[in-house]
Unconditional design. Structure first.
Length: 493
């Protein structure tokens, strides 16, 4: 066994003990034959030495009649013993090995038959386990080290860590730890009940890793509203997902995000502090239909300053979570478009909207370059990612009528979702062209597999002490998660 992949467990009988037993059966049988042959050969040698016919005949002739008869009986008995040992020697040299070989062959065939059936069973269990994990999209995203993995490492009650607790050479359905404990090797017989850890950083994994995990980073420039959007989306899902779709919202507190604090502030009408984290912060929750495998979603936030092209991209390149993302939400602040900001500044007080100062071109260019570096693809290659492009702050006076839901409804005849999406795309693309953002639009459409525009108001109004009211914040999320999670997609149809 390769020491690099050695586990703190005993090898299965069918991968070690069984072959040792076959060896012992073969060696033991023929060892007994050898001992018997040696014993009979020694007996024959002794009998022949004791017989010594020449000396015996000579001594018999010189004896009296009674003594002669007695001596002849002794010679006869010695001849019988000699014949007995000759017969035993022949038997042990020829017959016994044949019998041992036949019996050993039968034993070996029985053991090999058992091995054959166990190997077939082993292959079936492996196949079932892999099909189960594949069908249910079992995977994990660690919020601490940002790594993606399919199977956590499991910790025995004795403290031993098993990094590859699956059907294999250490056991098919169960593995015997070095401490003697039996550990289940599949989710079907309880692997998820064991304590689990991230195999890279060792942080605890809830539920033993039995979950589908979907990672959706939310990107955008500074002050574009990413943190507010994430938290208001979660608040909306917590309030409506169960009543609308039968999807219970369960917040997963990993100790890294500030959902409870920020949602409390938003409910009271106060904005959260500006995000200064220079590493992805995972906001995690589950939306799992009854009877389905847990669907864990991570909405990831990071400071918009990381997309500053003047920073050289050092910090954003360190966010390896982007590499393992399933899709992206790109938050666009309309006020980051200079010509639009200039247009509305004459009629609207923009101070309360906290406009993003970074251009859309710079932000998307840094983001695209980061992904290209992480995936090691050419500069002109298309990224195989779905991106929901979300225009926020449509509560800015007049913007709703340009690209918001009211504008979409005016252009559509019914409530067909596909028609609404197409209409919204046309309106948003038209808006970008009208305000001189053709380069940004071209960059998006040429670099990503699919994009869909959305509009929302994460707050409903500027901060004035009243509770914020979001609108349409969850729609981009549903669009993306439907593309990835078959379980959720069936419920959202």
């Amino acid at each position: 066994m390769n020491k690099k992949h050695a586990q703190p467990a005993e090898l299965s009988y069918f991968f070690l003990g069984g072959f040792v037993e076959i060896r012992n059966v073969v060696l033991g049988a023929f060892k007994h034959c050898g001992e018997s042959l040696k014993k009979n050969r020694q007996g024959l040698k002794t009998s022949w030495a004791n017989l010594n016919l020449i000396d015996t005949v000579a001594s018999i002739i010189s004896l009296e009649v009674f003594e002669m008869i007695k001596a002849m009986f002794k010679v006869g008995w010695s001849l019988i013993k000699l014949g007995f040992y000759v017969a035993r020697l022949v038997f042990s040299a020829i017959v016994t090995p044949i019998i041992c070989a036949v019996i050993t062959l039968i034993q070996v065939l029985i053991l090999l038959t058992m091995f054959l059936f166990s190997t077939i069973f082993f292959a079936v269990i492996i196949l079932i386990d892999r099909i189960y994990c594949s069908v249910n999209s079992i995977a994990n995203h660690c919020p601490f080290c940002q790594k993606h993995y399919y199977m956590p490492q499991y910790v025995c009650s004795c403290g031993n860590k098993h990094s590859r607790l699956r059907p294999g050479v250490y056991g098919i359905l169960k593995r015997k730890c070095n401490c003697g404990a039996l550990l289940p090797t599949t989710f079907l017989n309880g692997r998820q009940k064991l304590d689990a850890q991230c195999p890279f950083c060792g942080n605890n994994v809830k539920g033993g890793g039995l979950q589908a995990s979907w990672c959706i980073p939310v990107v955008g420039g500074p002050s574009s509203g990413k943190t507010v959007y994430i938290n208001m989306t979660m608040m909306s899902l917590e309030k409506n997902s169960m009543s609308m779709y039968g999807l219970p919202f369960v917040y997963e507190d990993n100790g890294l995000d500030e959902y409870k604090e920020i949602s409390g502030r938003l409910l009271k009408g106060y904005l959260p502090d500006k995000t200064t984290d220079h590493r992805l912060r995972y906001y995690q929750f589950s939306l799992t239909p009854p009877g389905a495998t847990k669907q864990l979603i991570s909405l990831c936030d990071v400071a918009g300053e990381l997309f500053d092209i003047n920073s050289g991209g050092v910090q954003i390149n360190a966010q390896i979570g982007f590499r393992f993302a399933n899709s992206f939400i790109m938050v666009i602040d309309p006020l980051a478009i200079p010509s639009y900001r200039e247009e509305v500044s004459g009629t609207t007080q923009l101070q309360g909207y906290k406009a993003s100062a970074q251009s859309l071109d710079e932000m998307v260019d840094m983001f695209v370059r980061t992904l290209q570096n992480m995936f090691s693809i050419k500069a002109n290659a298309m990224l195989k990612s779905d991106v929901a492009v979300v225009f926020t702050k449509v509560d800015i006076p007049g913007l709703e009528e340009k690209i918001g839901e009211s504008a979409v409804l005016k252009k559509t005849k019914g409530s067909d979702m596909k028609e609404r999406c197409q209409t919204r795309n046309k309106l948003c693309e038209q808006f970008l062209r009208e305000y001189n953002e053709e380069n940004f639009l071209l960059n998006l459409k040429s670099r990503f597999k699919s994009i869909q525009f959305f509009t929302c108001s994460a707050l409903g109004h500027v901060q004035n002490g009243e509770q914020f009211t979001a609108s349409n914040v969850e729609e981009p999320f549903y669009w993306l998660v439907k593309k990835k999670s078959k379980v959720i997609s069936k419920v959202l149809k």
